[in-house]
Design a protein around this ligand. Structure first.
Ligand SMILES: *Cc1c(COP(=O)(O)O)cnc(C)c1O
Length: 423
């Protein structure tokens, strides 16, 4: 498999693609073909997810140095369960939050970490986070040989538990609270990656969802669940995906392109409505980020839009495959209360956007993608349901650890300065 830039240049293999993060021309790397795997998916859907992932991802690492390690990588990356819960005849939840830091981002982060550790070259991972990426990446890379990790998060704009899960690691993990918003963090990462001298001096690699090594493994659970559903019912599945940076949505569209039996892909955003407005008007206007209850989706300029519009070159193509709805904080609150009252089920604020949208799309049967565990967002949920949210034991262990908090100004110079002092 070769990877090309959304802006035209580059033809690289998988290993080079994950090292580069961003293409030389500033574009995002994308697979240049999507083989049809439908038959193979249906034949192997009965296998556990790590084995199924090994089948689906095989063409994507073909003729790279990691081809022979894929099985090992999948076994270590997909090391926790993905579960489904049926809430009603028309509503199923795909729970992607049973990993070490309780969000779906554990999948991509652990896959990328396993890939990089198999390559065995010293790297510095630089990553911007709006909440959950940071903890997933920190956990995935903690104590891995030959890797240092720098995490930029918008200080004061993530939940206390998210912050605890980013700042509790120490050693090869440096967490920096940036005085700014998520878009500042993301801009700083992009800036570092477009500066060739800095990139080479620090051996920089990114673990953001702009890294194709994080995105590709996310195709697998969409494809797995869709195949199982198709074998059981004879119909393709509809997904509703809570979305910010559009990474998860892109992965789902890729899975569909591979032949996974997926019907509608519906995007649920919070008040950051850049993407729904694009679908509505045909014009793409990135905006300043708005702070919402679903903070891991607080993104005004979704970077994976460039991948999605490379995949679907015209507005009509996008519209034919994806629909999108924006959900307000008030609707998020009502969804959390409603799901608890009707089904005794706790939703995180991100998953709540999808739950709200599902009720718009009735009576069609929908599979909601649950992106984070409610215990990560107890501050929002407990105020609404007036009951404590139970804390899973592995979260409690992280929360009990010592937190190392560093604050930096939103400039690349300030960040490089702290890095040099720390290691
Ligand atoms: C990152 C994240 C999202 C958004 O995912 P994208 O791939 O950026 O669209 C949604 N929910 C949670 C809990 C997240 O951490």
């Amino acid at each position: 498999m070769e990877y090309v830039s959304t802006r035209g240049s580059n033809k690289v293999d998988f290993v080079e693609a994950i090292h580069l993060g961003l293409a030389h021309d500033g574009g995002l790397l994308v697979p240049n073909v999507f083989p049809n795997l439908q038959q193979r998916m249906l034949e192997t859907a009965h296998l556990p997810l790590p084995d199924f992932a090994n089948v689906v991802l095989q063409p994507f690492v073909e003729s790279s140095a990691l081809e022979a390690s894929l099985e090992h990588i999948c076994q270590h990356a997909f090391s926790f369960p993905v579960r489904t819960k049926k809430l009603s005849d028309s509503l199923t939840v795909l729970e992607l939050f049973h990993g070490p830091t309780l969000s779906f981002k554990d999948v991509g982060a652990r896959f990328l970490a396993q890939c990089l550790s198999q390559i065995k070259e010293p790297r510095c991972i630089l990553v911007a986070t709006s909440g959950d990426t940071g903890s997933a990446v920190a956990s995935a890379f903690s104590n891995l040989q030959n890797t240092n990790v720098v995490i930029l998060y918008p200080k004061g704009k993530i939940s206390p538990r998210q912050q605890a899960q980013i700042t509790c690691w120490g050693k090869n993990i440096l967490a920096l609270g940036v005085n700014g918003v998520f878009d500042d963090c993301q801009r700083l990462v992009k800036q570092a990656f477009t500066d060739q001298a800095i990139k080479e001096q620090y051996h920089l690699t990114t673990a953001n969802s702009i890294n194709i090594g994080r995105l590709l493994p996310q195709m697998t659970y969409f494809a797995h669940q869709a195949s199982l559903y198709f074998l059981a019912t004879g119909t393709p599945i509809n997904y509703i995906i809570p979305s910010g940076n559009l990474g998860h949505v892109t992965a789902c569209c890729y899975a569909k392109q591979l032949g996974a039996p997926i019907a509608q892909v519906t995007v649920a955003t919070n008040e950051n409505r850049t993407f729904p407005e694009y679908l509505h008007t045909g014009r793409y206007f990135p905006k300043a980020t708005v702070k919402t209850l679903a903070n891991a989706m607080d993104v005004g300029a979704p970077s994976n839009f460039e991948r999605l519009s490379h995949h679907f070159p015209s507005h009509a193509d996008v519209l034919a495959h994806v629909s999108a709805f924006a959900v307000s904080d008030d609707q998020i609150k009502q969804a959390i209360i409603g799901a608890y009252r009707e089904h005794g089920y706790l939703l995180c604020p991100h998953t709540a956007t999808a739950y709200h949208v599902a009720h718009k799309l009735q009576p069609n049967e929908q599979c909601l993608v649950a992106t984070a565990h409610p215990a990560k967002f107890e501050d929002v949920i407990e105020a609404l349901i007036d009951e404590p949210v139970p804390v899973p034991a592995h979260l409690q262990r992280l929360l009990d650890k010592f937190q190392q908090v560093h604050e930096v100004e939103p400039t690349l110079a300030a960040i490089l300065d702290v890095m040099t002092q720390y290691w």
